[in-house]
Write a protein that binds this ligand. Structure first.
Ligand SMILES: Cc1cc2nc3c(=O)[nH]c(=O)nc-3n(C[C@H](O)[C@H](O)[C@H](O)COP(=O)(O)OP(=O)(O)OC[C@H]3O[C@@H](n4cnc5c(N)ncnc54)[C@H](O)[C@@H]3O)c2cc1C
Length: 479
């Protein structure tokens, strides 16, 4: 029976494991955490950290789109399909998904606590890959699936070494306990996206009242539409309920406009068509939601200069419209801004230097260009996940050895359409695969649960039935 090692036990790792067990593989799931299934997004226990997708969208099971909603209703029967539940619920759900998969697989799942340091090609013809953990545990593997998820944020370019070393700078707000015990006084959040929103709520709930969030554009994520009271009982099941009414009409209009969008061929043309569609339908949210399954095709339809232009000029606007805040989260942020506890500034970071009492930050205002240099008691890097190709030692080693290569714009790793890693020479590696955020760049929509569950199913299909048509590694390497 084939052995597949899944590296990483977040949402991607759990969903890949579930699918590989279904197709007969023996799976070794390796993750450093004590509670596989949660990963970065769902480890939080804070009740104000809500999912940014409605419950109806978050099933782990492609065959049962309402699986998560049903699970939620066991916990709270009032949960509607358009409700935004705490992220910790989703962590509990994924833990349950893994437990159920383990039970069905009858001894074919091993969960190994640890961190993979290196992966080596077979040393003898026909042999397995060797997976080496940092504590020297060695696991032979017929296939390896990298489910590495999100790396820690990259350091801001203008951060000086003394400031980085000072206790006043938080390099990674997701590290457990990172926000506890920050010095008294004003706090600067670098970034105004969903990470900054999470951090602002956590700090405010800890009683901090002097928060500033800064980014070049000063744009906060847009809020989701508030769930309609009737949605829970709308006919046609939860997915229909979440889409019912005018949104459904907009979705149909959007899909009808796809050929035009795909033919746009340039960022300006795409933007023009999108604006027109949003104006004609009067519901940009429904346009964005309907386009979601088609964004990869739209991304891939742009020639390289268009993709670069999109990344430089449009990606931030796309992010704030696509990755929206739950209504209750938007209310919380709105209240903080109204009370003056949270200020949002559009400014460029020109320097972050250690000061006597904290950190001095040089800011150039976006409009008007005025330069200020306020001092903050603490600075928290809320720029979101960094770039895995630069920051992850396992990925760096794979790239150095030619077993993998960076994907477009170094946003992730290069893969074939099924998720097999592309080697330095561009050929698909027969035994090394990936899914989720590591595929960013090849794909555009690849970080959220609906895309991950689809990729996990496709990956298991591509790897084949472990007991039936598994090709030995060496045979594949030679082919
Ligand atoms: C704050 C936040 C909120 C989000 N909210 C939503 C949401 O509401 N809805 C939605 O659909 N999506 C949401 N997302 C998107 C999210 O990317 C996916 O839903 C999903 O959590 C990604 O899971 P992952 O397993 O790929 O990554 P991660 O959660 O980052 O998990 C990767 C795991 O791999 C482990 N790992 C890494 N390297 C190694 C190694 N060398 N050896 C062993 N283990 C390793 C890590 O320790 C980690 O446990 C959110 C993301 C963030 C950051």
């Amino acid at each position: 029976m084939g052995i597949a090692v899944v590296v990483g036990g977040g949402c991607s790792g759990v969903l890949a494991t579930r699918e590989l067990l279904r197709t007969g593989w023996h799976v070794v799931l390796v993750d450093p955490g004590a509670r596989p299934g949660r990963g970065l997004a769902y480890s939080t226990a804070d009740p104000w950290h809500l999912l940014n997708s409605p419950a109806a969208a978050m099933s782990a099971d492609p065959d049962r789109p309402d699986d998560f909603l049903r699970w939620c209703r066991q916990r709270d029967p009032r949960t509607g399909p358009a409700d935004f539940v705490p992220r910790s619920w989703y962590g509990d759900y994924l833990t349950e998904v893994l437990r159920a998969a383990d039970e069905t697989a009858q001894g074919r799942l091993t969960v190994q606590r640890g961190r993979v340091a290196r992966i080596f090609e077979p040393s003898v013809n026909g042999g397995p890959l060797t997976v080496l953990l940092t504590d020297d545990v060695v696991i032979p593997a017929d296939r390896v699936v990298l489910a590495l998820g999100h790396p820690a944020p990259s350091a801001p370019a203008r951060l000086d070494a003394a400031a980085a070393r000072s206790g006043a700078y938080v390099a990674d707000p997701w590290r457990p306990g990172a926000l506890a015990g920050l010095p008294e006084g004003p706090i600067l959040l670098i970034g105004t996206g969903l990470t900054a929103v999470d951090v602002a709520l956590t700090l405010a709930n800890a009683g901090r009242r002097d928060l500033t969030a800064v980014s070049r554009h000063g744009l906060l994520p847009q809020p989701h539409r508030r769930p309609a009271a009737a949605s829970a009982t709308a006919p046609g099941g939860p997915a229909a309920a979440a889409q019912a009414g005018p949104a459904q009409v907009t979705a149909a209009q959007t899909v009808a406009a796809l050929p035009e969008l795909l033919a746009a061929g340039s960022v300006a043309g795409l933007l023009r068509s999108l604006r027109r569609l949003a104006a004609d339908t009067g519901d940009w949210r429904a346009v964005f939601d309907a386009l979601r399954p088609h964004w990869d095709a739209l991304w891939q339809s742009l020639p390289e200069p268009g993709q670069r232009r999109f990344l430089r000029h449009l990606a931030r606007y796309w992010e704030v419209h696509r990755h929206r805040m739950a209504p209750a989260v938007a209310d919380g942020i709105g209240a903080l801004r109204e009370s003056g506890s949270l200020r949002v500034r559009a400014a460029e970071l020109c320097g972050i230097e250690a000061a006597d009492e904290g950190v001095r930050v040089v800011l150039r205002e976006r409009h008007g260009g005025a330069i200020t240099a306020p001092t903050f008691a603490a600075v928290v890097n809320c720029t979101g996940p960094g770039r895995i190709v630069e920051s992850d030692p396992l990925v760096r080693a794979l790239v150095a050895e030619g077993m993998a290569r960076p994907g477009p714009y170094r946003l992730g790793l290069d893969t074939d359409p099924h998720g097999a890693l592309l080697r330095r020479d561009g050929s698909a590696h027969p035994a090394l695969w990936t899914l989720g955020p590591t595929r960013r760049g090849v794909l555009w929509e690849t970080t959220a649960a609906p895309e991950i569950r689809t990729q996990a199913r496709a990956l298991a299909v591509a790897l084949g039935d472990a007991g039936r048509d598994r090709a030995p590694v060496a045979e594949c390497v030679e082919s």
